[in-house]
Design a protein around this ligand. Structure first.
Ligand SMILES: NC(=O)c1ccc[n+]([C@@H]2O[C@H](COP(=O)([O-])OP(=O)(O)OC[C@H]3O[C@@H](n4cnc5c(N)ncnc54)[C@H](O)[C@@H]3O)[C@@H](O)[C@H]2O)c1
Length: 317
């Protein structure tokens, strides 16, 4: 049995953070969430017995208060969008880099370990698959550059100050509570909504681009393990299933689930997007004993059911 601790989750009212909060609580730990609700929702935390602090990770006093008494910090708060970072690079940098530095400084003072939510976008558009953690970072967007900068700070704090920090890199996480209502939403969230509303799915490019889609409960459990397991400070670990599916395969699987062909239209490829992404997963398996448990189709079914359950009662199937 691991001793029960209190963990801070920055960005805990967001999509992945709220599942991580549930994961920690289920295992008997205390949870504090710091979130400014910029993209997160307090309703994501409904039914969870935790402490919620509304505040910005860029504010020194707020962050110092938030880390008081915690054993570890899951640092997930960020502006997680490529298009948004292209439109407004400064704010992405400010939150994702300066905010991360604030969190690191406060965690160091408190003697708390930091697990940082990194991104597969760090690998950029290399042809080589699968993406191994040792590969050089090749960010293709301000978002990716900011996440790599955050990772570098997290690792430098491990090296220079001896903090046992770990970086986990997510690969297109999907599942319940992912927002479908913004132009910056993830593709599965948007397509599920379009499929249920009978709308046309818009594909940026030819649909051949592929991703290592990871169900959110798996991503949350892997993140939790990165905190709990004794991993060398400064490690970077991919958290994913090690498979890839194209957007056309995604649409096919969704069509099967809703029982009808989903209309689609094709547009220009998105600037800053990478063509293919697939993780090498052996390192997380070795160091965390982590393997995904929910496969793509199972996760897609659960996700679609969740969006269906959130539709107003009068809106049909
Ligand atoms: N979803 C993915 O597929 C994916 C892939 C790679 C990396 N990530 C990383 O995982 C983390 C979580 O992403 P998500 O998909 O849950 O997104 P999300 O937008 O649902 O969660 C981010 C949370 O951070 C909060 N936040 C933003 N700026 C803040 C600030 N200045 N102060 C306090 N809180 C702030 C938001 O309100 C939100 O609740 C992010 O760091 C993201 O970069 C996600």
């Amino acid at each position: 049995m691991t001793a029960k601790k209190t963990y801070l989750i920055t960005g805990g009212a967001g999509f992945i953070g709220s599942h991580l909060a549930a994961c920690c609580l289920e295992r008997g730990h205390g949870v504090r969430v710091l979130d400014d609700l910029r993209t997160g929702l307090e309703s994501n935390l409904e039914g969870l017995d935790l402490e919620f602090l509304r505040g910005d990770i860029r504010e020194e006093r707020t962050v110092r208060e938030a880390v008081k008494g915690v054993a570890g910090v899951f640092h997930l708060a960020a502006l997680p969008s490529v298009p948004r970072s292209i439109k407004d690079p400064w704010t992405s940098h400010d939150v994702n880099v300066n905010g991360t530095l604030r969190v690191l400084l406060a965690a160091r003072e408190e003697g708390a370990k930091v697990v940082f939510a990194g991104s597969s976008s760090a690998y950029g558009d290399t042809e080589e698959l699968p993406k191994r953690e040792e590969m050089a970072a090749r960010p293709q967007s301000p978002y990716a550059a900011s996440k790599v900068a955050g990772e570098n700070y997290v690792r430098v704090f491990a090296r220079v100050f001896g903090m046992p920090n770990v970086v986990v890199r997510y690969f297109n996480v999907f599942g319940p509570r992912q927002r479908a209502d913004s132009p910056y939403s993830g593709v599965i969230a948007k397509f599920c909504r379009a499929a249920l509303e009978g709308e046309v799915c818009r594909i940026d490019g030819d649909g051949g681009q592929s991703r290592d889609f990871t169900y959110v409960e798996d991503a949350a459990r892997g993140t939790y393990l990165a905190m709990e397991r004794d991993v060398p400070g400064g490690e970077v670990l991919n958290l994913a299933g090690g498979n890839r599916y194209s957007l056309l395969q995604l649409l096919e699987a969704l069509s099967d689930l809703v029982g009808k062909e989903i209309p689609r239209e094709f547009g220009d490829p998105r600037p800053g997007d990478v063509r293919h992404s697939q993780a090498e997963v052996s390192k997380a398996e070795e160091l965390l004993g982590f393997r995904t448990r929910v496969d793509f189709r199972e996760g897609l079914g659960r996700t679609l059911d969740w969006y269906r359950s959130k539709r107003p009662a009068h809106s049909g199937s």
